[in-house]
Ligand binder design. Structure first.
Ligand code: DC
Length: 230
């Protein structure tokens, strides 16, 4: 069967990673979480004192960018891909608020995006991938055969994110803090110069505010079949 490239873009915490991962699993494609890559670079900056509360040392980051190695490996127990930064599993750390609070700054830097886009294009070279992010359908794979743009209200997204964090045992954060971080990130993601979050002209919009995960998966599988059978 022919293999295609599937781009899933949209605002943060709208369930697109869960959808993209589920779709990849059910059709035997590779799933790549491009946000995890920007999160891993941000963690690297925190660990190496490149970023602090006030500022980011752009020169130091530029000098180190080629030393940042990011891989995904499947966890044999869960069957899900996990993020590795220079050989170390950082899947949990990259989801912390410490990283979430800084990732928009790091992901707005041109040379960081250039490097990540190149790595993402290499990972998707052979097709048969579902990649989710902000600029996948516009910059990384402008020729993707299927492009989905996911939206949902900020409140629903904040609640989903909070539930996810609580499920992981993170009880130190309130709904209002999550909502504030999410709205700030939306604004930064949409307004940055390099690879801003925007809907590709040929993307299909999915507003999943009032949809269950099962309904979304059914919708997505149908879109995939429509392209494959065309
Ligand atoms: O999908 P996420 O929330 O894990 O993404 C983390 C951050 O990375 C988010 O603030 C936007 C940024 N990002 C990006 O700029 N480009 C992408 N392709 C994916 C994520």
């Amino acid at each position: 069967m022919k293999k295609i490239t599937i781009a899933v873009d949209g605002f943060s915490s709208n369930g697109k990673s869960t959808m993209a991962r589920g779709l990849a699993k059910s059709i035997g494609y590779i799933y790549i979480d491009s946000g995890a890559m920007y999160r891993a670079v941000t963690l690297y900056c925190i660990q190496n004192n490149i970023i602090d509360e006030q500022e980011i040392d752009i020169n130091k980051l530029e000098a180190s960018i080629n030393n940042i190695k990011i891989d995904f490996k499947i966890n044999n127990t869960t069957g899900l891909p996990e993020t590795y930064l220079n050989g170390i599993n950082v899947e949990k750390e990259i989801r912390s608020m410490k990283v979430s609070g800084k990732v928009s700054i790091v992901s707005a830097i041109g040379f960081v995006r250039k490097r990540m886009v190149k790595l993402q294009q290499e990972m998707g070279e052979a097709k048969g991938v579902v990649m989710d992010g902000r600029d996948i359908g516009t910059v990384v794979f402008p020729n993707a055969e299927l492009k989905i743009f996911v939206t949902a209200t900020p409140e629903i997204r904040a609640q989903r994110r909070l539930d996810e964090m609580r499920a992981k045992g993170d009880n130190n954060i309130t709904f209002d803090e999550v909502l504030k971080n999410l709205v700030e990130r939306d604004t930064l993601d949409q307004n940055r110069k390099e690879g801003p979050l925007r809907q590709a002209e040929d993307a299909i919009v999915l507003d999943n505010t009032y949809m269950t995960q099962e309904e979304q998966m059914e919708w997505l599988l149908q879109k995939y079949k429509d392209v494959i059978n065309k």
